[in-house]
Design a protein around this ligand. Structure first.
Ligand code: FAD
Ligand code: SF4
Ligand code: SF4
Length: 494
Protein backbone atom coordinates (compact mmCIF):
# COMPACT_ATOMS: atom_id res chain seq x y z
CA UNK A 1 0.00 0.00 0.00
CA UNK A 2 2.99 2.28 0.16
CA UNK A 3 4.22 1.38 -3.30
CA UNK A 4 3.93 5.01 -4.34
CA UNK A 5 6.80 5.86 -1.98
CA UNK A 6 9.10 3.16 -3.36
CA UNK A 7 8.27 3.47 -7.08
CA UNK A 8 8.17 6.69 -8.98
CA UNK A 9 5.25 7.54 -11.24
CA UNK A 10 6.00 6.43 -14.78
CA UNK A 11 3.96 7.24 -17.85
CA UNK A 12 4.25 5.30 -21.11
CA UNK A 13 7.17 6.62 -23.11
CA UNK A 14 6.44 8.89 -26.04
CA UNK A 15 8.13 8.46 -29.39
CA UNK A 16 10.42 11.43 -30.08
CA UNK A 17 8.68 14.48 -31.54
CA UNK A 18 10.84 14.22 -34.69
CA UNK A 19 9.78 10.63 -35.30
CA UNK A 20 6.11 11.04 -34.52
CA UNK A 21 5.77 14.11 -36.74
CA UNK A 22 6.66 11.87 -39.66
CA UNK A 23 3.66 9.52 -39.32
CA UNK A 24 0.17 9.22 -37.88
CA UNK A 25 0.83 6.32 -35.53
CA UNK A 26 0.03 6.53 -31.80
CA UNK A 27 2.71 8.41 -29.94
CA UNK A 28 2.84 6.33 -26.74
CA UNK A 29 4.86 3.11 -26.56
CA UNK A 30 3.08 0.03 -25.20
CA UNK A 31 3.95 -1.15 -21.69
CA UNK A 32 5.21 -4.65 -20.93
CA UNK A 33 3.10 -6.45 -18.28
CA UNK A 34 5.72 -6.01 -15.55
CA UNK A 35 5.55 -2.22 -15.95
CA UNK A 36 1.78 -2.16 -15.56
CA UNK A 37 2.15 -4.36 -12.47
CA UNK A 38 4.74 -2.01 -11.02
CA UNK A 39 2.64 1.08 -11.63
CA UNK A 40 -0.49 -0.61 -10.25
CA UNK A 41 1.47 -1.34 -7.05
CA UNK A 42 1.63 2.42 -6.43
CA UNK A 43 -2.08 2.48 -5.52
CA UNK A 44 -2.56 2.89 -1.77
CA UNK A 45 -5.98 1.15 -1.87
CA UNK A 46 -7.87 4.06 -0.35
CA UNK A 47 -10.91 3.19 1.74
CA UNK A 48 -12.76 6.00 -0.01
CA UNK A 49 -11.35 5.92 -3.56
CA UNK A 50 -11.67 9.41 -4.99
CA UNK A 51 -10.35 8.12 -8.32
CA UNK A 52 -13.58 6.12 -8.69
CA UNK A 53 -15.64 9.24 -8.01
CA UNK A 54 -13.63 11.08 -10.67
CA UNK A 55 -14.39 8.42 -13.29
CA UNK A 56 -17.73 8.94 -15.07
CA UNK A 57 -18.17 5.15 -15.25
CA UNK A 58 -17.39 4.71 -11.53
CA UNK A 59 -14.85 2.08 -12.51
CA UNK A 60 -13.73 -0.18 -9.66
CA UNK A 61 -10.24 1.26 -10.00
CA UNK A 62 -8.61 0.19 -6.70
CA UNK A 63 -9.91 -3.38 -7.13
CA UNK A 64 -8.46 -3.88 -10.59
CA UNK A 65 -5.26 -2.09 -9.63
CA UNK A 66 -4.87 -4.52 -6.71
CA UNK A 67 -5.40 -7.53 -9.00
CA UNK A 68 -2.92 -6.09 -11.52
CA UNK A 69 -0.39 -5.44 -8.74
CA UNK A 70 -0.72 -9.07 -7.67
CA UNK A 71 0.03 -10.20 -11.22
CA UNK A 72 -3.58 -11.39 -11.72
CA UNK A 73 -3.74 -9.57 -15.05
CA UNK A 74 -6.63 -11.48 -16.59
CA UNK A 75 -8.86 -10.95 -13.58
CA UNK A 76 -7.88 -7.28 -13.44
CA UNK A 77 -8.89 -6.93 -17.10
CA UNK A 78 -12.21 -8.70 -16.51
CA UNK A 79 -13.08 -6.45 -13.61
CA UNK A 80 -12.22 -3.33 -15.58
CA UNK A 81 -14.31 -4.58 -18.53
CA UNK A 82 -17.29 -5.13 -16.25
CA UNK A 83 -17.99 -1.40 -15.97
CA UNK A 84 -16.48 -0.07 -19.20
CA UNK A 85 -17.45 -1.12 -22.74
CA UNK A 86 -14.14 0.17 -24.19
CA UNK A 87 -11.45 0.37 -21.48
CA UNK A 88 -8.56 0.41 -23.98
CA UNK A 89 -10.12 3.41 -25.75
CA UNK A 90 -10.77 5.35 -22.53
CA UNK A 91 -7.26 4.48 -21.34
CA UNK A 92 -5.96 6.14 -24.52
CA UNK A 93 -8.12 9.26 -24.83
CA UNK A 94 -9.81 10.17 -21.55
CA UNK A 95 -8.41 13.45 -20.20
CA UNK A 96 -7.30 11.58 -17.08
CA UNK A 97 -5.76 14.69 -15.55
CA UNK A 98 -9.29 16.08 -15.27
CA UNK A 99 -10.98 12.77 -14.28
CA UNK A 100 -9.69 9.70 -12.41
CA UNK A 101 -6.02 10.68 -12.09
CA UNK A 102 -6.84 14.25 -11.22
CA UNK A 103 -8.82 12.88 -8.25
CA UNK A 104 -6.16 10.39 -7.07
CA UNK A 105 -5.14 11.23 -3.50
CA UNK A 106 -1.42 10.72 -4.05
CA UNK A 107 -1.50 13.06 -7.05
CA UNK A 108 -0.30 16.14 -5.17
CA UNK A 109 2.92 14.92 -3.58
CA UNK A 110 3.89 11.77 -5.45
CA UNK A 111 2.21 11.94 -8.87
CA UNK A 112 -1.08 10.08 -9.36
CA UNK A 113 -1.30 6.40 -10.12
CA UNK A 114 -1.24 6.21 -13.93
CA UNK A 115 -4.72 4.70 -14.03
CA UNK A 116 -5.43 5.33 -17.72
CA UNK A 117 -2.20 3.71 -18.90
CA UNK A 118 -2.80 0.66 -16.68
CA UNK A 119 -6.37 0.34 -17.99
CA UNK A 120 -5.22 0.59 -21.62
CA UNK A 121 -2.37 -1.88 -21.11
CA UNK A 122 -4.59 -4.42 -19.34
CA UNK A 123 -7.08 -4.52 -22.20
CA UNK A 124 -4.42 -4.50 -24.92
CA UNK A 125 -2.86 -7.47 -23.15
CA UNK A 126 -6.28 -9.14 -22.95
CA UNK A 127 -6.72 -8.77 -26.73
CA UNK A 128 -3.19 -10.10 -27.32
CA UNK A 129 -3.80 -13.10 -25.06
CA UNK A 130 -7.27 -13.86 -26.49
CA UNK A 131 -9.00 -13.14 -23.15
CA UNK A 132 -11.56 -10.82 -24.74
CA UNK A 133 -14.44 -13.19 -25.17
CA UNK A 134 -17.38 -12.82 -27.54
CA UNK A 135 -20.36 -11.01 -26.03
CA UNK A 136 -22.45 -13.35 -23.90
CA UNK A 137 -25.96 -13.05 -25.31
CA UNK A 138 -28.77 -13.32 -22.79
CA UNK A 139 -32.00 -15.24 -23.28
CA UNK A 140 -33.70 -14.23 -26.53
CA UNK A 141 -36.21 -11.48 -25.83
CA UNK A 142 -39.09 -10.27 -27.94
CA UNK A 143 -38.58 -6.94 -29.60
CA UNK A 144 -35.87 -5.15 -31.43
CA UNK A 145 -34.08 -1.89 -30.78
CA UNK A 146 -33.06 0.59 -33.48
CA UNK A 147 -30.06 2.77 -32.64
CA UNK A 148 -29.37 5.91 -34.68
CA UNK A 149 -25.63 6.55 -34.56
CA UNK A 150 -22.67 4.19 -34.28
CA UNK A 151 -20.48 6.40 -32.08
CA UNK A 152 -19.39 5.33 -28.60
CA UNK A 153 -22.87 5.95 -27.11
CA UNK A 154 -24.60 3.81 -29.74
CA UNK A 155 -21.96 1.06 -29.62
CA UNK A 156 -22.00 0.86 -25.80
CA UNK A 157 -25.79 0.66 -25.79
CA UNK A 158 -25.74 -2.03 -28.50
CA UNK A 159 -23.37 -4.21 -26.50
CA UNK A 160 -25.55 -4.12 -23.41
CA UNK A 161 -28.78 -4.61 -25.33
CA UNK A 162 -27.33 -7.71 -27.03
CA UNK A 163 -26.35 -9.00 -23.60
CA UNK A 164 -29.94 -8.57 -22.50
CA UNK A 165 -30.96 -10.66 -25.54
CA UNK A 166 -32.57 -8.05 -27.82
CA UNK A 167 -32.22 -7.86 -31.60
CA UNK A 168 -30.21 -4.71 -32.28
CA UNK A 169 -29.96 -2.63 -35.46
CA UNK A 170 -27.60 0.35 -35.74
CA UNK A 171 -28.11 2.98 -38.46
CA UNK A 172 -25.27 5.34 -39.33
CA UNK A 173 -24.86 7.85 -42.14
CA UNK A 174 -21.12 7.23 -42.35
CA UNK A 175 -19.60 4.30 -44.24
CA UNK A 176 -17.83 3.02 -41.10
CA UNK A 177 -19.01 2.56 -37.54
CA UNK A 178 -17.31 4.44 -34.69
CA UNK A 179 -18.53 8.05 -35.04
CA UNK A 180 -15.94 10.52 -33.75
CA UNK A 181 -13.69 7.60 -32.74
CA UNK A 182 -13.11 7.00 -36.45
CA UNK A 183 -13.71 10.30 -38.25
CA UNK A 184 -12.99 12.94 -35.57
CA UNK A 185 -10.17 11.75 -33.31
CA UNK A 186 -6.89 11.36 -35.23
CA UNK A 187 -4.89 8.15 -35.45
CA UNK A 188 -1.98 9.50 -33.42
CA UNK A 189 -4.36 9.44 -30.41
CA UNK A 190 -6.34 6.34 -31.35
CA UNK A 191 -5.38 3.96 -34.13
CA UNK A 192 -8.39 2.85 -36.12
CA UNK A 193 -7.91 -0.91 -35.80
CA UNK A 194 -8.51 -0.46 -32.05
CA UNK A 195 -12.01 0.80 -32.87
CA UNK A 196 -12.56 -1.75 -35.65
CA UNK A 197 -12.03 -4.73 -33.35
CA UNK A 198 -14.76 -3.42 -31.01
CA UNK A 199 -17.13 -3.09 -33.96
CA UNK A 200 -16.21 -6.59 -35.21
CA UNK A 201 -17.04 -7.99 -31.77
CA UNK A 202 -20.52 -6.48 -32.01
CA UNK A 203 -21.00 -7.82 -35.55
CA UNK A 204 -19.94 -11.27 -34.34
CA UNK A 205 -22.55 -11.05 -31.56
CA UNK A 206 -25.34 -10.48 -34.10
CA UNK A 207 -25.70 -6.68 -34.06
CA UNK A 208 -26.82 -5.55 -37.54
CA UNK A 209 -25.16 -2.41 -38.91
CA UNK A 210 -26.93 -0.35 -41.59
CA UNK A 211 -24.15 1.94 -42.80
CA UNK A 212 -24.54 4.79 -45.31
CA UNK A 213 -28.05 5.11 -43.87
CA UNK A 214 -29.06 8.62 -42.91
CA UNK A 215 -32.13 8.89 -40.74
CA UNK A 216 -34.03 11.91 -41.94
CA UNK A 217 -33.15 11.08 -45.56
CA UNK A 218 -33.68 7.32 -45.95
CA UNK A 219 -36.20 7.01 -43.10
CA UNK A 220 -38.18 9.17 -40.70
CA UNK A 221 -38.35 8.66 -36.97
CA UNK A 222 -41.86 7.20 -37.48
CA UNK A 223 -40.49 4.60 -39.93
CA UNK A 224 -37.97 3.46 -37.31
CA UNK A 225 -40.47 3.58 -34.47
CA UNK A 226 -42.86 1.40 -36.51
CA UNK A 227 -40.09 -1.08 -37.21
CA UNK A 228 -38.56 -1.32 -33.73
CA UNK A 229 -39.92 -1.75 -30.21
CA UNK A 230 -37.68 1.09 -29.04
CA UNK A 231 -35.35 3.63 -30.67
CA UNK A 232 -32.20 5.22 -29.28
CA UNK A 233 -30.98 8.53 -30.68
CA UNK A 234 -27.17 8.68 -30.39
CA UNK A 235 -26.34 11.01 -33.24
CA UNK A 236 -23.73 13.24 -31.61
CA UNK A 237 -23.34 16.96 -32.37
CA UNK A 238 -21.99 17.96 -35.77
CA UNK A 239 -23.13 21.53 -36.55
CA UNK A 240 -19.92 23.53 -36.41
CA UNK A 241 -20.03 26.98 -34.81
CA UNK A 242 -19.03 29.53 -37.43
CA UNK A 243 -16.84 32.60 -37.47
CA UNK A 244 -18.69 35.88 -37.81
CA UNK A 245 -15.72 38.16 -38.50
CA UNK A 246 -15.36 40.09 -41.76
CA UNK A 247 -14.08 37.87 -44.58
CA UNK A 248 -15.04 34.62 -42.83
CA UNK A 249 -16.55 33.32 -46.09
CA UNK A 250 -13.24 33.38 -48.02
CA UNK A 251 -11.90 30.27 -49.68
CA UNK A 252 -9.36 28.47 -47.54
CA UNK A 253 -11.36 28.83 -44.30
CA UNK A 254 -12.51 25.34 -43.37
CA UNK A 255 -14.30 23.65 -40.47
CA UNK A 256 -12.29 21.37 -38.17
CA UNK A 257 -14.54 18.34 -38.67
CA UNK A 258 -14.27 18.56 -42.51
CA UNK A 259 -10.51 18.80 -42.20
CA UNK A 260 -10.14 15.94 -39.67
CA UNK A 261 -12.58 13.65 -41.47
CA UNK A 262 -10.60 14.04 -44.69
CA UNK A 263 -7.33 13.30 -42.86
CA UNK A 264 -8.80 10.23 -41.16
CA UNK A 265 -10.22 8.95 -44.46
CA UNK A 266 -6.82 9.32 -46.11
CA UNK A 267 -5.31 7.36 -43.21
CA UNK A 268 -7.87 4.62 -43.82
CA UNK A 269 -6.85 4.43 -47.47
CA UNK A 270 -9.86 6.25 -48.97
CA UNK A 271 -9.65 8.70 -51.87
CA UNK A 272 -10.73 12.22 -50.89
CA UNK A 273 -11.07 14.73 -53.73
CA UNK A 274 -10.78 17.76 -51.41
CA UNK A 275 -7.51 16.38 -50.07
CA UNK A 276 -6.14 15.67 -53.54
CA UNK A 277 -7.01 19.19 -54.80
CA UNK A 278 -5.38 20.71 -51.70
CA UNK A 279 -8.46 22.33 -50.16
CA UNK A 280 -8.35 20.05 -47.09
CA UNK A 281 -4.60 19.40 -47.10
CA UNK A 282 -2.15 21.48 -45.05
CA UNK A 283 1.00 20.47 -46.96
CA UNK A 284 3.29 23.45 -47.62
CA UNK A 285 0.81 25.97 -46.19
CA UNK A 286 0.78 28.52 -43.40
CA UNK A 287 -1.98 27.22 -41.18
CA UNK A 288 -3.90 29.15 -38.53
CA UNK A 289 -6.15 27.11 -36.24
CA UNK A 290 -8.69 29.07 -34.23
CA UNK A 291 -9.77 27.55 -30.88
CA UNK A 292 -8.19 26.07 -27.77
CA UNK A 293 -9.98 22.77 -27.11
CA UNK A 294 -9.14 19.18 -27.95
CA UNK A 295 -10.48 19.56 -31.50
CA UNK A 296 -8.10 22.46 -32.10
CA UNK A 297 -5.19 20.38 -30.73
CA UNK A 298 -6.12 17.54 -33.11
CA UNK A 299 -6.12 19.98 -36.05
CA UNK A 300 -2.76 21.59 -35.27
CA UNK A 301 -1.09 18.20 -34.77
CA UNK A 302 -2.62 16.82 -37.97
CA UNK A 303 -1.38 19.86 -39.91
CA UNK A 304 2.14 19.34 -38.53
CA UNK A 305 2.06 15.74 -39.77
CA UNK A 306 0.82 16.85 -43.19
CA UNK A 307 4.01 18.91 -43.48
CA UNK A 308 2.54 22.39 -43.21
CA UNK A 309 5.03 25.29 -43.57
CA UNK A 310 3.87 26.73 -40.26
CA UNK A 311 1.13 25.92 -37.76
CA UNK A 312 -0.14 28.58 -35.38
CA UNK A 313 -2.95 28.27 -32.88
CA UNK A 314 -4.87 31.39 -32.06
CA UNK A 315 -6.66 31.28 -28.71
CA UNK A 316 -8.41 34.15 -26.97
CA UNK A 317 -7.53 33.09 -23.42
CA UNK A 318 -4.13 32.13 -21.97
CA UNK A 319 -2.39 28.77 -21.57
CA UNK A 320 -3.78 28.22 -18.04
CA UNK A 321 -7.35 28.73 -19.25
CA UNK A 322 -7.25 26.34 -22.21
CA UNK A 323 -10.26 24.02 -22.05
CA UNK A 324 -8.60 20.95 -23.55
CA UNK A 325 -6.36 18.32 -21.99
CA UNK A 326 -3.05 19.82 -20.74
CA UNK A 327 -1.27 16.70 -22.03
CA UNK A 328 -2.45 17.34 -25.59
CA UNK A 329 -1.32 20.98 -25.48
CA UNK A 330 2.10 19.78 -24.28
CA UNK A 331 2.27 17.22 -27.10
CA UNK A 332 1.40 19.91 -29.66
CA UNK A 333 4.12 22.23 -28.32
CA UNK A 334 6.70 19.45 -28.50
CA UNK A 335 5.72 18.82 -32.11
CA UNK A 336 6.37 22.43 -33.13
CA UNK A 337 2.99 24.15 -32.96
CA UNK A 338 3.24 27.85 -32.15
CA UNK A 339 0.60 29.11 -29.72
CA UNK A 340 -0.56 32.69 -29.86
CA UNK A 341 -2.46 33.03 -26.62
CA UNK A 342 -4.70 35.94 -25.67
CA UNK A 343 -5.48 36.68 -29.32
CA UNK A 344 -8.60 36.55 -31.44
CA UNK A 345 -9.24 37.12 -35.17
CA UNK A 346 -10.99 40.29 -36.24
CA UNK A 347 -10.81 40.01 -40.04
CA UNK A 348 -9.71 37.67 -42.84
CA UNK A 349 -8.10 39.37 -45.82
CA UNK A 350 -7.40 38.21 -49.35
CA UNK A 351 -8.99 38.42 -52.77
CA UNK A 352 -11.18 35.35 -52.99
CA UNK A 353 -8.78 33.20 -51.00
CA UNK A 354 -7.48 33.96 -47.52
CA UNK A 355 -4.00 35.47 -47.43
CA UNK A 356 -3.91 37.24 -44.05
CA UNK A 357 -5.52 36.78 -40.66
CA UNK A 358 -5.86 40.09 -38.82
CA UNK A 359 -5.92 39.43 -35.09
CA UNK A 360 -6.11 41.46 -31.93
CA UNK A 361 -4.60 40.93 -28.48
CA UNK A 362 -6.95 40.16 -25.59
CA UNK A 363 -6.68 40.52 -21.83
CA UNK A 364 -8.29 38.46 -19.11
CA UNK A 365 -9.86 39.18 -15.86
CA UNK A 366 -10.71 42.73 -14.97
CA UNK A 367 -13.69 41.35 -13.03
CA UNK A 368 -15.51 44.65 -13.10
CA UNK A 369 -15.27 44.82 -16.89
CA UNK A 370 -15.81 41.20 -17.86
CA UNK A 371 -17.50 38.57 -15.69
CA UNK A 372 -16.13 34.99 -15.62
CA UNK A 373 -17.93 32.71 -18.11
CA UNK A 374 -20.35 29.92 -17.13
CA UNK A 375 -17.37 27.58 -16.43
CA UNK A 376 -15.77 30.09 -14.08
CA UNK A 377 -13.01 30.91 -16.58
CA UNK A 378 -11.85 34.48 -16.85
CA UNK A 379 -13.52 36.27 -19.73
CA UNK A 380 -11.33 37.87 -22.40
CA UNK A 381 -11.75 41.43 -23.61
CA UNK A 382 -9.93 43.10 -26.54
CA UNK A 383 -7.01 45.50 -26.10
CA UNK A 384 -7.37 48.55 -28.31
CA UNK A 385 -4.70 49.26 -30.96
CA UNK A 386 -3.16 45.80 -30.57
CA UNK A 387 -3.87 44.42 -34.06
CA UNK A 388 -1.33 42.23 -35.81
CA UNK A 389 -1.26 40.21 -39.05
CA UNK A 390 -0.52 36.56 -39.73
CA UNK A 391 0.30 35.36 -43.25
CA UNK A 392 -2.28 32.61 -43.82
CA UNK A 393 -3.00 30.06 -46.56
CA UNK A 394 -5.60 28.12 -44.64
CA UNK A 395 -7.69 28.75 -41.51
CA UNK A 396 -9.17 25.83 -39.60
CA UNK A 397 -12.01 26.78 -37.27
CA UNK A 398 -12.43 24.70 -34.11
CA UNK A 399 -15.00 26.72 -32.20
CA UNK A 400 -17.17 23.86 -30.98
CA UNK A 401 -20.27 22.03 -32.11
CA UNK A 402 -24.01 22.29 -31.75
CA UNK A 403 -26.81 19.83 -32.30
CA UNK A 404 -28.56 19.63 -35.64
CA UNK A 405 -32.31 20.34 -35.79
CA UNK A 406 -33.48 16.76 -35.17
CA UNK A 407 -37.24 17.40 -34.81
CA UNK A 408 -37.12 18.91 -38.32
CA UNK A 409 -34.63 16.45 -39.83
CA UNK A 410 -36.43 13.39 -38.42
CA UNK A 411 -39.95 14.76 -39.15
CA UNK A 412 -40.67 14.40 -35.45
CA UNK A 413 -41.95 17.77 -34.11
CA UNK A 414 -42.99 16.07 -30.85
CA UNK A 415 -39.31 15.43 -30.00
CA UNK A 416 -38.50 18.04 -27.34
CA UNK A 417 -35.15 19.78 -27.55
CA UNK A 418 -33.34 22.35 -25.42
CA UNK A 419 -32.63 25.90 -26.63
CA UNK A 420 -29.23 24.52 -27.79
CA UNK A 421 -30.88 21.83 -29.91
CA UNK A 422 -29.87 18.91 -27.68
CA UNK A 423 -32.56 16.27 -27.15
CA UNK A 424 -34.24 16.62 -23.76
CA UNK A 425 -34.34 13.53 -21.59
CA UNK A 426 -36.20 12.83 -18.36
CA UNK A 427 -34.52 13.25 -14.99
CA UNK A 428 -32.64 10.05 -14.03
CA UNK A 429 -33.58 8.36 -17.32
CA UNK A 430 -32.70 8.48 -21.01
CA UNK A 431 -36.36 8.67 -22.09
CA UNK A 432 -37.24 11.52 -24.46
CA UNK A 433 -40.60 13.20 -24.91
CA UNK A 434 -41.57 10.49 -27.45
CA UNK A 435 -42.85 7.16 -26.17
CA UNK A 436 -40.26 4.42 -26.69
CA UNK A 437 -37.61 6.85 -27.91
CA UNK A 438 -34.44 7.37 -25.85
CA UNK A 439 -31.32 9.51 -26.28
CA UNK A 440 -27.68 9.18 -25.22
CA UNK A 441 -24.27 10.78 -25.70
CA UNK A 442 -23.47 14.22 -27.06
CA UNK A 443 -26.94 14.66 -28.59
CA UNK A 444 -28.52 14.73 -25.14
CA UNK A 445 -25.57 15.93 -23.02
CA UNK A 446 -24.03 18.44 -25.45
CA UNK A 447 -20.47 18.07 -26.79
CA UNK A 448 -18.59 16.10 -24.17
CA UNK A 449 -16.26 13.10 -23.86
CA UNK A 450 -16.13 9.52 -25.07
CA UNK A 451 -16.30 8.17 -21.51
CA UNK A 452 -19.54 10.09 -20.88
CA UNK A 453 -21.00 8.82 -24.16
CA UNK A 454 -20.19 5.26 -23.06
CA UNK A 455 -21.84 5.85 -19.70
CA UNK A 456 -24.92 7.35 -21.34
CA UNK A 457 -25.14 4.46 -23.84
CA UNK A 458 -24.94 1.88 -21.05
CA UNK A 459 -27.55 3.73 -19.00
CA UNK A 460 -29.83 4.06 -22.02
CA UNK A 461 -29.65 0.28 -22.61
CA UNK A 462 -30.73 -0.25 -19.00
CA UNK A 463 -33.63 2.20 -19.44
CA UNK A 464 -34.70 0.60 -22.73
CA UNK A 465 -34.62 -2.83 -21.09
CA UNK A 466 -36.79 -1.51 -18.24
CA UNK A 467 -39.18 -0.01 -20.80
CA UNK A 468 -39.40 -3.18 -22.89
CA UNK A 469 -39.55 -5.71 -20.09
CA UNK A 470 -41.38 -3.43 -17.68
CA UNK A 471 -38.80 -4.49 -15.10
CA UNK A 472 -37.41 -1.63 -13.13
CA UNK A 473 -35.01 -3.46 -10.92
CA UNK A 474 -33.04 -6.43 -12.15
CA UNK A 475 -29.80 -6.64 -10.15
CA UNK A 476 -27.87 -8.79 -12.61
CA UNK A 477 -28.83 -6.64 -15.54
CA UNK A 478 -28.16 -3.51 -13.54
CA UNK A 479 -24.53 -4.50 -13.07
CA UNK A 480 -24.14 -6.14 -16.45
CA UNK A 481 -23.71 -9.90 -16.89
CA UNK A 482 -19.95 -9.42 -17.31
CA UNK A 483 -19.63 -8.12 -13.77
CA UNK A 484 -19.94 -11.73 -12.67
CA UNK A 485 -17.62 -13.12 -15.31
CA UNK A 486 -14.55 -13.25 -13.03
CA UNK A 487 -16.59 -15.24 -10.50
CA UNK A 488 -18.11 -17.46 -13.21
CA UNK A 489 -14.64 -18.31 -14.44
CA UNK A 490 -13.55 -19.17 -10.90
CA UNK A 491 -11.00 -16.38 -10.95
CA UNK A 492 -12.32 -14.48 -7.95
CA UNK A 493 -14.07 -15.81 -4.86
CA UNK A 494 -17.75 -14.89 -4.95
P1 FAD B 1 -20.53 10.52 -32.10
O1 FAD B 1 -19.24 9.91 -31.76
O2 FAD B 1 -20.51 11.85 -32.75
O3 FAD B 1 -21.32 9.50 -33.02
C1 FAD B 1 -22.56 9.84 -33.59
C2 FAD B 1 -22.81 8.99 -34.82
O4 FAD B 1 -24.14 9.27 -35.28
C3 FAD B 1 -21.88 9.27 -35.98
O5 FAD B 1 -21.31 8.07 -36.45
C4 FAD B 1 -22.79 9.91 -37.04
O6 FAD B 1 -22.42 9.56 -38.37
C5 FAD B 1 -24.13 9.31 -36.70
N1 FAD B 1 -25.27 10.11 -37.16
C6 FAD B 1 -25.49 11.42 -36.93
N2 FAD B 1 -26.66 11.80 -37.50
C7 FAD B 1 -27.17 10.71 -38.11
C8 FAD B 1 -28.34 10.46 -38.88
N3 FAD B 1 -29.23 11.42 -39.13
N4 FAD B 1 -28.55 9.21 -39.37
C9 FAD B 1 -27.64 8.22 -39.11
N5 FAD B 1 -26.52 8.40 -38.41
C10 FAD B 1 -26.29 9.63 -37.90
N6 FAD B 1 -13.48 12.87 -26.32
C11 FAD B 1 -12.59 12.28 -25.49
O7 FAD B 1 -13.01 11.68 -24.49
N7 FAD B 1 -11.25 12.32 -25.73
C12 FAD B 1 -10.74 12.91 -26.84
O8 FAD B 1 -9.53 12.92 -27.03
C13 FAD B 1 -11.64 13.52 -27.74
N8 FAD B 1 -11.19 14.10 -28.87
C14 FAD B 1 -12.07 14.63 -29.74
C15 FAD B 1 -11.59 15.15 -30.92
C16 FAD B 1 -12.48 15.69 -31.85
C17 FAD B 1 -11.92 16.25 -33.13
C18 FAD B 1 -13.86 15.73 -31.57
C19 FAD B 1 -14.80 16.35 -32.55
C20 FAD B 1 -14.34 15.21 -30.40
C21 FAD B 1 -13.46 14.64 -29.48
N9 FAD B 1 -13.91 14.09 -28.29
C22 FAD B 1 -13.03 13.49 -27.44
C23 FAD B 1 -15.36 14.07 -27.97
C24 FAD B 1 -15.96 12.71 -28.32
O9 FAD B 1 -15.51 12.29 -29.57
C25 FAD B 1 -17.49 12.76 -28.27
O10 FAD B 1 -17.89 13.25 -27.01
C26 FAD B 1 -18.10 11.37 -28.47
O11 FAD B 1 -17.65 10.79 -29.66
C27 FAD B 1 -19.62 11.45 -28.47
O12 FAD B 1 -20.12 10.18 -28.76
P2 FAD B 1 -21.56 9.98 -29.42
O13 FAD B 1 -21.73 8.52 -29.59
O14 FAD B 1 -22.56 10.73 -28.63
O15 FAD B 1 -21.49 10.71 -30.83
FE1 SF4 C 1 -9.99 7.09 -15.95
FE2 SF4 C 1 -11.42 7.24 -18.19
FE3 SF4 C 1 -10.61 4.89 -17.29
FE4 SF4 C 1 -12.49 6.23 -15.96
S1 SF4 C 1 -12.65 5.38 -18.02
S2 SF4 C 1 -10.72 5.17 -15.10
S3 SF4 C 1 -11.83 8.35 -16.29
S4 SF4 C 1 -9.29 6.54 -18.01
FE1 SF4 D 1 -5.39 4.21 -5.59
FE2 SF4 D 1 -5.27 6.86 -6.13
FE3 SF4 D 1 -7.57 5.56 -6.25
FE4 SF4 D 1 -6.43 5.97 -3.87
S1 SF4 D 1 -7.26 7.54 -5.26
S2 SF4 D 1 -7.43 4.07 -4.60
S3 SF4 D 1 -4.27 5.80 -4.46
S4 SF4 D 1 -5.78 5.19 -7.55
Amino acid sequence: MLGFIKSLQKKPEKRSAIKRKGDFMEIYQPWPVDELTKQAERCSQCGVPFCQTGCPLSNNIPDWLRLAAEGRTQEAYMLSAATNSMPEICGRICPQDKLCEGSCVIEKDFGSVTIGAVEKSLTDEAFNQGWVEPITIGKKRAGSVGIIGAGPAGLAAAERLRRYGYEVHIYDRYDRAGGMLVYGIPEFKLEKDIVARRVERLVASGVTFHLNFEVGVQATMKDLRDKHSAVLIATGTYKARKLSEKGADKNGIVAAMDYLTAANKIGLGDKVAAFADGSLNAKGKNIVVIGGGDTAMDCVRTAIRQDASSVQCLYRRDHANMPGSAMEVQNAMEEGVKFIWLSAPIEFEGDKHITTTVAQKMELGKPRVAKPDENGRQSPSPITNSEFNLATDMVITALGFEAEDLPKNFSAPELKTSPWGTVEIAKNSSATSMDGVFAAGDISRGPSLVVWAIKDGRDAARDIHAFLSKVDDDPIDELGADYFAPIKHGLIDA
